[in-house]
Design a protein around this ligand. Sequence first.
Ligand SMILES: [Zn+2]
Ligand SMILES: [Zn+2]
Length: 204
Amino acid sequence: MPCKLTQEQIDQTISFHGHWCPGLASGIRAAEWALTELCARSYDEELVAVVETDMCGVDAIQFLTGCTFGKGNLIHKDYGKNAFTFYRRSDDKAARLVARPEMFGDAQQTLGQLRRKMQSGDLTEEEKAIWQQIREIITKHIMESDLADLFEIKKPDEPIPQKARMLSSLVCEKCGESVMESRTRRLQELTLCIPCFEKMERGL
Ligand SMILES: [Zn+2]
Ligand SMILES: [Zn+2]
């Protein structure tokens, strides 16, 4: 079944992100799963998302599900995978959605070649048109496919992350800036923030 979200939700997500792209489409579809299977937008911490990428798709997760860095219910693991785990706190219902390698289709190789060429800055007008066309085809495919064809829906590997805690702050004895206690370091009997600790360790 194609994407069940409204055109308005999709348009707002695109304007939040800044452009329309296959990565954003994959995030929209993952968010759609969370919104239909777990709950509506998360105003507090009823929903938690763990994302294994920091690319375009994460903007759709934030915008549509309401899981955000600031609330502590959006957690990034830097694994470079198009994988999104959602947890519902009330009953621990959860799933890890992993993009199937076929999600971006056969044209991905061509897209990769063009991207490399584009980075060195010499795409012809014709190549630019092909690039745009392929991206549109992939995006359309992502928006119109069944969720189960796009993602493998698995059990999460990890239990639900703990609720965000407010910790007290200490003042770094080197730069005088205040820093969350759990992020302080001790060196030569000084309480330090991480950048000051790292500088001192390197003897600066
Ligand atoms: Zn994008
Ligand atoms: Zn400091």
